[in-house]
Design a protein around this ligand. Structure first.
Ligand SMILES: [Zn+2]
Length: 209
């Protein structure tokens, strides 16, 4: 369905007319409204066509990532780059705090054993990737995909890198504030929810400006 619709859009007919006044009928140059015989190769027409194609690609990318639609596709992508860069920086700091052993080796099960003659707690340890490390890798992959997509749809690399830098900066501020607060375990347990939410909000505000 999607493929059929895409090819239909590309198969747009030229809006020019033949010398006898009839519609041209030829296929328009991709992204343009006219065929090459009717100015489809002119620099300004080609530039406009390229812009339309890039916008269409950005809109598709925004759909793929499930990003908010109330802003332009370009802004939505940059906002997500900012958010993701902030989240990656934050997760990187969490991972850095972990003991080396706990990165791949941790308690996966604890069971109270009272029925047997050797009462006590059975602790099962197994090799498994730490949750923080897993989140960190997944968010890094997401950020890399976003960055590649943003650049491939024509957003200049300079703007993408700037959005990444802003995201990291937001994370630094949040991290420094948290470090000075000496949170209780209960409060710390809220961080995985609160920090991503606030990073996303800050990314949205940065793109609104
Ligand atoms: Zn034509």
């Amino acid at each position: 369905m999607g493929v059929a619709m895409a090819s239909k859009r590309q198969a747009r007919k030229c809006s020019g007319h033949r010398t006898d006044g009839q519609p041209c009928g030829a296929y328009a140059v991709n992204g343009a409204r006219v065929c090459s015989a009717h100015g489809g190769q002119a620099p300004q027409v080609k530039a406009k066509a390229a812009g339309r194609i890039a916008e269409e690609q950005a809109r598709k990318a925004v759909e793929t990532y499930g990003l908010p639609r109330d802003i332009s596709p370009t802004d939505a992508l940059l906002e997500e780059v900012r958010y993701s860069a902030g989240h990656v920086a934050w997760l990187r700091a969490r991972v850095a705090e972990l003991e080396a052993d706990s990165l791949v080796w941790g308690i996966t099960e604890e069971a109270e054993k009272n029925a047997t003659e050797f009462a006590g707690t059975d602790v099962t340890r197994s090799a498994a990737v730490n949750v923080w490390l897993d989140l960190y890798f997944r968010e890094r992959k997401h950020l890399l995909d976003l960055t590649k997509t943003a650049i491939s749809v024509g957003i200049e690399e300079r703007r993408v890198r700037l959005a990444e830098a802003q995201g990291s900066l937001m994370n630094d501020v949040i991290r420094r504030i948290l470090a000075r607060l000496s949170l209780s375990p209960d409060q710390s347990a809220l961080l995985p929810v609160v920090v991503p939410e606030e990073l996303r909000r800050a990314a949205a505000m940065a793109s609104a400006n």
